[in-house]
Design a protein around this ligand. Structure first.
Ligand SMILES: Nc1ncnc2c1ncn2[C@@H]1O[C@H](COP(=O)(O)OP(=O)(O)OP(=O)(O)O)[C@@H](O)[C@H]1O
Ligand SMILES: [Mg+2]
Length: 238
């Protein structure tokens, strides 16, 4: 029995240091095990919003993740439970080798050497990068880096996956494989994407953002069948 929601955000506002108002009164609730597509045009505030889910950005308002208010006392626990894949893999990968990047989470969780290497190998296999452990992420292609970034959170086996455009730049086979893997994981998911087809394959619910605000939050079929709304917010072109 979960009494808490996976995510509860109330009256969240965020302004970047240069004065850009990126989040303007965000209110959302995500249930345990729910999968939510976060949609919206470029600059809508999607990446800014998800960076609040594990305390990388701290705006004004109330955010609870698994019932925990996001603050300096809960940050470690929240980051263990929330696996966040950044939009740009260069923000995620900082170790000399792919193995070390993917092992980083499991090492921090205090797992044994054996468990760590099992998790790393499993995560790399999931993103079709078996045998890449010794490589330097720096010298990989963009799509390969994106896969490593996804592997760094899969290896943590988190309770919630937050993925910022996980399949952008992946080839069709790689995209299909990632969708299959994500659908096989029964955890809470938030997926930022511009691909409505993929959103429908992955998610039950959709949240549409535009200009820092939530403009829709309902079942994905409802959202995807409302063509005037999709057009108004730049999700389909006329
Ligand atoms: N570091 C920053 N400093 C100032 N403004 C920023 C910064 N990062 C983003 N912004 C601004 O905040 C707003 C929201 O940006 P954000 O990156 O969250 O949009 P997004 O919905 O993720 O867009 P995209 O689909 O292009 O990834 C935009 O107006 C953007 O220009
Ligand atoms: Mg973004």
């Amino acid at each position: 029995m979960h009494h808490n929601k996976a995510v509860e955000i109330k009256n969240l506002h965020y302004k970047y240091p240069d004065g850009t108002m990126a989040l303007d009164d965000i209110n959302i609730t995500i249930e345990h095990g729910e999968s939510v597509a976060l949609l919206g045009p470029n600059g809508a505030g999607k990446s800014t919003l998800i960076l609040h889910l594990n305390g990388i950005l701290r705006g004004n308002g109330e955010i609870k993740v698994f019932g925990l208010p996001v603050n300096k006392h809960t940050l470690k626990e929240i980051r263990r439970r929330v696996g966040l894949v950044f939009q740009d893999p260069d923000d995620q990968l900082f170790c000399p080798t792919v193995f070390e990047d993917v092992a980083f989470g499991p090492i921090n969780m205090g797992l044994t050497k054996e468990e760590i290497s099992t998790r790393v190998n499993k995560a790399l296999a999931s993103v079709e990068l078996e045998g890449f452990g010794k490589r330097s992420a720096y010298h990989l292609s963009f799509g390969q880096k994106k896969r490593v970034a996804i592997a760094t959170v899969l290896s943590m086996e988190p309770d919630m996956l937050v993925l910022d455009e996980p399949t952008s730049n992946l080839d069709p086979r790689g995209r299909g494989k990632i969708i299959k893997i994500l659908n096989s994981l029964p955890v809470t998911k938030v997926v930022v994407t511009h691909n409505l087809n993929e959103a429908a394959k992955l998610c039950k619910k959709a949240i549409i953002m535009d200009k820092g605000r939530i403009v829709a939050d309902e079942d994905i079929e409802k959202v995807l069948s409302n063509r005037p709304m999709l057009e108004a917010h730049g999700l389909i072109s006329s």
